[in-house]
Design a protein around this ligand. Structure first.
Ligand code: AGP
Length: 613
């Protein structure tokens, strides 16, 4: 997903732009570029590959300027090379644009502009924006952007400047995020808060259809008709240090170890052990709606979809309301049966995932009530939905979701308890017992993370293996799927998660001494069942990585000390097992990926938020 930064102010523009792009690297990219205006002269530098290639170019030229744009590109149209890197220019070379998203009608526009004499030099859809603005530009960049905005179709966020209209940046949002940073004598426009968080905590999140005009000392937001829009600034409470690695080798490792704090923060203020009540004040579902609630659908993607599957267990067990879970890309196109007596939950850490947003919009149109479970304040999902239940995981920089996943699971458990209480299906005493277990989760997770060093040894044993099978049962089946997804997306090893009970229905044919089996064999009511699966796999030569409970040695007679591995987790209540048992799987994927030399924080082909279909 591309990263955008625009700056206008009194400090070194190139320094502000490069700092901002460095903070956006987590979004994943394959090329980068900056454009600054220095006394009316436009200077442009672009490179293929990482930001360091750009920094090397900037130093010798001492790229000065009083305002400018920067971009990290994640290729959607056109190869990842210098020519296709942003910023892109118009024919005159005085208007430049940086863009995130897809202009779906770019070929149609390109044909029309070519007929009008425009010359194109790249394969990108972005270049169309620069030429469309040029077509409308008569000295008023904001007006030209507003008119261009009307012609563009697709999902896009872009920022433009013109060397012929000094000290103005104009940005437009229709889908992917754009946020303004309002400083004392400077302002920023960027894809995400970390781009300017070291300089200001005052942020303005743009809505779809907004056009932001940044002048020296003044920022206004208008709609495509030029009508001013009220967008009050929000104070960002993140600590800039949170966004740094704090001594960890990778953001992902830091975020794995942040999970106890993230869970603690997500729980904070949302329940009382005295009363045994859950207080989700931010979720205002009226009593009549809750009483007639007939079904809950959850739509999400990737790891968020797996959190949804854990949530299904909690909600159906406690609130006794049927829950359907769907990947958002399927939900949005299968014409789901929805009505005003239903709730659709969209789980999305970024709040910007295209398929999840589309699923939520379709649900609203069908009359359902919508709830976002999201980690980014002010993101699109929180504005599309009727209600939002925020995770408080803090900024998650690593592309692979870790602390946002466990925070999502906590939100779903709280929501299930909340619904059960409102429906009179859970007494305060019963709820208190569960809340006491939940309140222990951060401490249990901290204890569990003490096994981290043992995972390094396991990774050394298995990092060259070509395939993995992950097995789980009940509410740990989604955790097996998540363990497989983590390994796939970080180490590029093929891995498959399976409900353990399905082994005899096909997967057991895969088992031999080259197919290790990661089994979630915690001390719970289904232990005996999964122990049988382990024995069946052992009998066919598989090596086992067993995730077990401290003090439970029932598997030891089955396992071979030299071929198999055992990871012991502190004893904990079964209901919080998804929060605890995912930890060794995250660490296993991380350490195997590191040993394989993979780019752990920015895995190949992946983006932190998939803002296009
Ligand atoms: C997480 O490890 C994955 N990188 C990815 O599947 C992610 O969970 C998915 O893209 C959904 O993102 P969202 O939560 O921001 O919607």
């Amino acid at each position: 997903m591309c990263g955008i930064i625009g700056y206008i102010g009194e400090r070194s523009t190139s320094e502000m732009l490069l700092q901002g792009l460095r903070s956006l690297e987590y979004r994943g990219y394959d090329s980068a570029g900056v454009a600054v205006v220095d006394n009316g002269e436009l200077k442009l530098l672009r490179c293929e590959g990482k930001l360091d290639n750009l920094v090397r170019q900037v130093d010798p030229t001492g790229l000065n300027g009083s305002y400018g744009l920067g971009h990290t590109r994640w290729a959607t149209h056109g190869r990842p090379n210098e020519e296709n890197a942003h910023p892109h220019r118009d024919c005159s070379g005085t208007i430049v644009v940086v863009h995130n998203g897809i202009i779906e009608n770019y070929l149609d526009l390109k044909a029309k502009l070519t007929k009008q004499g425009h010359k194109f030099v790249t394969e990108t859809d972005t270049e169309i924006i620069a030429h469309t603005i040029e077509k409308h530009f008569d000295g008023d960049l904001a007006l030209a952007v507003r008119r261009s905005f009307e012609e563009l179709e697709g999902v896009f966020a872009f920022v433009a400047l013109s060397a012929n209209e000094p000290d103005v940046l104009v940005g437009a949002r229709n889908g992917p995020p754009l946020v303004l940073g309002i400083g004392d004598d400077e302002s920023f426009i960027a894809s995400d808060v970390p781009a300017f968080l070291n300089h200001t905590r005052s942020a303005v999140y743009l809505d779809d259809g907004d056009i932001a005009i940044l002048r020296r000392g003044d920022v206004t937001v208008v709609d495509a008709n030029g009508a001013e829009q009220e967008r009050p600034p929000q104070r960002i409470t993140w600590d800039p240090v949170q966004v740094e690695k704090q001594g960890f080798k990778h953001f992902m490792l830091k975020e794995i170890f942040e999970q106890p704090r993230a869970v603690r923060d997500t729980l904070l203020g949302r329940y009382s052990l005295d009363t045994g009540l859950v207080h989700l004040n931010e979720v205002a579902l009226d009593d009549a709606f809750v009483e007639r609630l007939s079904r809950i659908s959850i739509a999400a993607c990737g790891t968020s979809w797996l959190a949804a599957q854990v949530g299904k267990f909690y909600i159906e067990e406690l609130a006794r309301i049927p829950v359907d879970v769907d990947v958002a890309s399927e939900f949005r196109y299968r014409n789901p049966i929805l009505d005003e007596n239903q709730l659709v939950i969209g789980i999305t850490q970024s709040g910007e995932t295209a398929d999840t947003l589309a699923a939520l919009k379709a649900s609203k149109e069908a009359g359902a009530t919508t709830l976002a479970i999201c980690n980014v304040m002010g993101s699109m999902a929180t504005r599309v939905c009727d209600q939002t239940l925020y995770t408080h995981a803090g900024p998650e920089i690593g592309v692979a979701a870790t602390k946002t996943f466990t925070s999502q699971v906590v939100c779903l458990y709280l929501f299930a308890l909340h619904l059960a209480q409102r429906l009179g299906r859970l007494s305060p005493d019963a709820a208190r017992a569960r809340l006491e277990d939940l309140a222990r989760a951060p401490h249990v997770m901290e204890s569990a993370l003490e096994m981290a060093p043992s995972i390094v040894d396991v990774a050394r044993e298995f990092y060259l293996v070509g395939n993995f099978l992950f097995l789980g049962r009940g509410h740990l089946y989604p955790i097996a799927l998540e363990g497989a997804l983590k390994l796939k997306e970080l180490s590029y090893i093929h891995a498959e998660g399976y409900p353990a009970g399905e082994m005899k229905h096909g997967p057991i044919a895969l088992i031999d001494d080259r197919m290790p089996l990661v089994a979630l064999a915690l001390d719970n009511p289904l232990f005996e069942k999964i122990a049988s699966n382990i024995q069946e796999a052992k009998a066919r030569g598989a090596r086992i990585i067993a995730i077990t409970t401290e003090g439970d040695d029932r598997l030891l007679p089955v396992l071979d000390g030299d071929r198999d591995s055992v990871i012991r987790l502190p004893r904990h209540p079964d209901a919080i097992s998804p929060l605890v048992s995912v930890l060794p799987l995250q660490l296993l994927a991380y350490h195997i990926a590191v040993r394989r030399g993979c780019d752990v924080d920015q895995p190949r082909n992946l983006a932190k938020s998939v803002t296009v279909e």
